[in-house]
Every structure is written in structure tokens, then in C-alpha cells.
Design a binder for this molecule. Structure first.
Ligand SMILES: *Cc1c(COP(=O)(O)O)cnc(C)c1O
Length: 439
């Protein structure tokens, strides 16, 4: 049997996109971020203590396409871009579905996830702006790992505040960040004022992303050559991640694939936004009626159960107020293995798309997602990150719905990362001790 043409669709390195796509040009009215003290629309200066100028400009930009600097494009090659689009023939066979299932392979980055796409761009712009240190937060560790590595390429030091629960539960992530040369603190830490305050009030806390963001921002505010770098949520991060969706559209064109569904998991929204915004552009223009589905954990269901309102991005209330779906900035989600999905808020762009009914959302409980991951491991040989298992689970459910209706639909999902450093969760799944996240 000849190998089917759509088994694995690749692009050449020269086909890495030359421009990012900015959904802010097409989404319509967006409520602006507000200054946290005056509650008036934030000015560029309000972001200046924590972000460098080019990043602030991109954050507020409504220009549809923005050029990708050559130095960033060239380095994307070493993150294994363009990433293949692959068909899950063996999963389809296992599910006995008439649906076709494709997945975008962000797991092939040597950094383990899609996070490197924006880490590269952010490190580049900060280096150009004379910044010598970047601070950041990390939950499960993927973002800290990505930023730690790419900072080396631009001679920047990185300090990572890692949510204490993960710091203790995922020691190998810490090793990776150390290996890449970063300084890593368990958050809350003794290193910042806010960290010391939380430790005094809650000495046994396992921390949260919101607390770690507050610590990283505090450190950035105190030194003019230190900036803060965020791995998700903000518009400039969504922008940098659109290389995923732009490549996917090229690949689908090449293989004559017309998607009926595009599916991705959402924590702060960056792999989802990057993967689906270029398709959303075509949907807004009336060129496709592809259904776009965001998948979140029952433990942090900001879209399906949160409110669309202004809220802080961090726990201390230091960041500008963002108009987004939120569970409240003091919400501390249950400790699930999908640490990258444990965030109280949601990207303002993803939130606006949901509010305007342009996208749909589903939520799943932890054991269901690991079960999906274990089936993918057996059929496709790939072990998905616990976060990516959410997208996979939804894609599998849609494929089963197609089977019931005997519909030959096409489903494309984003495999945002691999789970090789999350084997403890899989071990619990195998032993039957994996806790439910919704109870
Ligand atoms: C960080 C992460 C996520 C969640 O973050 P988004 O910004 O919502 O994409 C999902 N998958 C993986 C593998 C991650 O590392």
C-alpha cells in the first residue's frame, strides 16, 4: 500500500511565515486594559516598568500583519519549525470513526511545547532594548524552560518563579531550567516583598500562577534593565504564536484538507489563539464555517463557568486590569497535572471571540483526559502533555459523535506539547489513583 499523501504534511524551512497575524485587526471592538490604580484606560507608560517598548507597541497594535524579525525566523528552525501536520490514522481506526483526525505537532520542539515560539520573539525584543535580565513565572515548568533556553541565544539572564507545588512535584523541570542556565525560586519565595507577605500569612501554601506573576513583576519593577516576560494571555503572545496556525493553513491547502473542527486546549489561551486565529480571520470574512473549540479543565473553567469582566492578571493586583473571562484573581485551582491550564483568567482576545460567539468551549475532568492520552500513546506512539490531552479528548469525542451520525468530518487539533516529563501523572492513571479535578 502506498503511503497516503496526508500521513505527514511538512513544509520547508523557507516556508516559516514571514509575518504574524494579529486578530485585533479583525475582531471588532476590544475593551482596553485599565490602569490598576486609576481604573482609567492604561497608557503605554503603565506597562513600561515591566515590558520593553517593542512589546508594549505590539500589545496595543491593531495592524493586521506584523513582520517577524529575520533573527527570530532563523531561530524558529531550531525549534523544529515548520512543525508537521500529521494524520492520526491509527487513532481513527481504534475509534472506528468515519471522521478524519489531524494534529499539529508542537510536541516536536526540543523545548517540549509551543512556548518557544513566543519566548524567542520576546528574548529578541528585550535584547534589542538593552535588557539584561528577564523574570517570569512558571506553573508546570514549560514556559520557564522555554524562556531559560532561548535567553542564552540573546545573552540574557533569566530568573524563574516556579509555583511551589510544581517545584516540589516536578524536580526534573527544575533540572532542565538549571541546565539551560536559569535561576529558579519556589514561589512564594523569600526573595520578594510579596512572596514574604504570602509566606507569613500562609506558610504552607503550594502557591499559584497569580502569586508567581506578582513576584516576577515586583522584581522587574525594581530594576530598569530587568523586564518581565509573560508566556500566555496577552495580545503580543497570541500574535507570536500565530506561526502555528499560519503553517497549519498552508499545510491544509497543500493536502486539500477542509477542516470542520479546529480544537485546542486553553490555559491562558496562547496555543489555542496561535493555532486558530488565522482560521478565525477566514471565519470572520465568511470564507469558512469551521467550528473552533477551546478545551479547558474542570479545575479552572474560566470560559465555561467564569464571568466576562475586568480582573487582574495576578494575585497581588499589580498588573493592568484586563477584560476577560475570569474565575477571580484570588481563585486558586485544584492541583492538577495540567499545570499550564491552572490559570484564573483567559486571554482578552480569546475571551472577546467567545463573547462574540465565534468559538465554542468544552471542559473535561482530569481522569478522562489521561485516558485519552494513554490511548494516543498506544495508537500513535506519542505521549501528550497533560494539557494537550484536553484537546485530544475533545477531538476524540467529536470523532465519536461523527461515528454516531455517520459523518465523515475533518477534525484538526493542536498537540501543544509532549508529556515525557509528566510521567508521574500517567503512573497515577495506570495505578487508578489519579484524582478527579471537579469534585
Ligand atoms: C503552557 C501550556 C499550555 C497552556 O497554555 P496556553 O497559553 O493556553 O497555550 C498548553 N499546553 C502546553 C503543552 C503548555 O506548555
Amino acid at each position: 500500500m502506498a503511503i497516503p499523501k496526508d500521513a505527514r504534511i511538512t513544509l520547508d524551512p523557507e516556508e516559516i511565515p514571514k509575518q504574524w497575524y494579529n486578530l485585533a485587526a479583525d475582531i471588532g471592538h476590544l475593551e482596553p486594559p485599565l490602569n490598576p490604580v486609576t481604573e482609567k484606560p492604561a497608557k503605554p507608560e503603565d506597562f513600561a516598568p515591566i515590558f520593553c517598548k517593542p512589546i508594549i507597541e505590539q500589545e496595543g497594535s491593531t495592524q493586521r500583519y506584523i513582520n517577524i524579525p529575520e533573527e527570530v525566523r532563523e531561530n524558529l528552525i531550531y525549534l523544529n519549525r515548520p512543525a508537521p501536520l500529521q494524520r492520526a490514522y491509527r487513532l481513527e481506526k481504534y475509534l472506528k470513526t468515519p471522521a478524519k483526525i489531524y494534529f499539529k505537532r508542537e510536541d516536536m520542539s526540543p523545548l517540549g511545547s509551543h512556548k518557544g515560539n513566543t519566548a524567542l520573539a520576546q528574548a529578541y525584543y528585550n535584547a534589542e532594548s538593552g535588557i539584561h535580565t528577564l523574570t517570569t513565572e512558571t506553573g508546570a515548568g514549560q514556559w520557564g524552560t522555554a524562556l531559560a533556553m532561548v535567553s542564552n541565544l540573546f545573552d540574557i539572564d533569566t530568573t524563574v518563579f516556579m509555583v511551589k507545588g510544581s517545584y516540589e512535584q516536578k524536580p526534573f523541570r527544575k533540572t532542565l531550567m538549571h541546565l539551560y542556565g536559569a535561576e529558579v525560586y519556589a514561589s512564594p519565595s523569600e526573595y520578594t516583598e510579596f512572596g514574604r507577605k504570602i509566606l507569613k500569612e500562609h506558610p504552607d501554601t503550594t502557591g499559584s500562577l497569580g502569586i508567581a506573576i506578582s513576584e516576577a513583576c515586583e522584581m522587574a519593577v525594581k530594576d530598569e534593565h530587568t523586564c518581565y516576560s509573560l508566556g500566555s494571555v496577552l495580545n503580543h503572545v497570541m500574535l507570536h504564536q500565530t506561526v502555528i496556525g499560519l503553517e497549519t493553513i498552508e499545510q491544509m491547502k497543500k493536502a486539500e484538507i477542509k477542516p470542520d473542527y479546529m480544537v485546542a486546549c486553553v490555559g491562558g489561551g496562547s496555543n489555542f489563539g496561535g493555532f486558530t486565529f488565522p482560521m478565525l480571520r477566514d471565519k470572520i470574512a465568511g470564507k469558512t464555517d469551521c467550528e473552533i473549540v477551546a478545551v479547558e479543565p474542570k479545575a479552572a473553567p474560566s470560559l465555561t463557568e467564569g464571568k466576562f469582566r475586568y480582573d487582574f492578571g495576578d494575585t497581588a493586583g499589580m498588573t493592568p486590569l484586563l477584560m476577560m473571562y475570569t474565575l477571580g484573581h484570588e481563585f486558586i485551582p485544584k492541583g492538577i497535572h495540567a499545570g499550564g491550564l491552572r490559570y484564573h483568567g483567559m486571554s482578552p482576545l480569546v475571551s472577546a471571540a467567545y463573547e462574540k460567539n465565534l468559538i465554542k468551549a468544552r471542559s473535561y475532568d482530569q481522569p478522562q483526559t489521561f485516558e485519552a492520552g494513554s490511548i494516543f500513546a498506544k495508537t500513535e506512539g506519542i505521549i501528550p502533555a497533560p494539557e494537550s490531552c484536553h484537546a485530544l479528548k475533545a477531538a476524540m469525542d467529536i470523532a465519536l459523535e461523527c461515528k454516531e451520525k455517520n459523518e465523515e468530518k475533518t477534525i484538526v487539533f493542536c498537540l501543544s506539547g509532549h508529556g515525557l516529563i509528566d510521567l508521574y501523572g500517567y503512573e497515577q492513571f495506570i495505578e487508578g489513583t489519579l484524582p478527579s479535578s471537579s469534585a
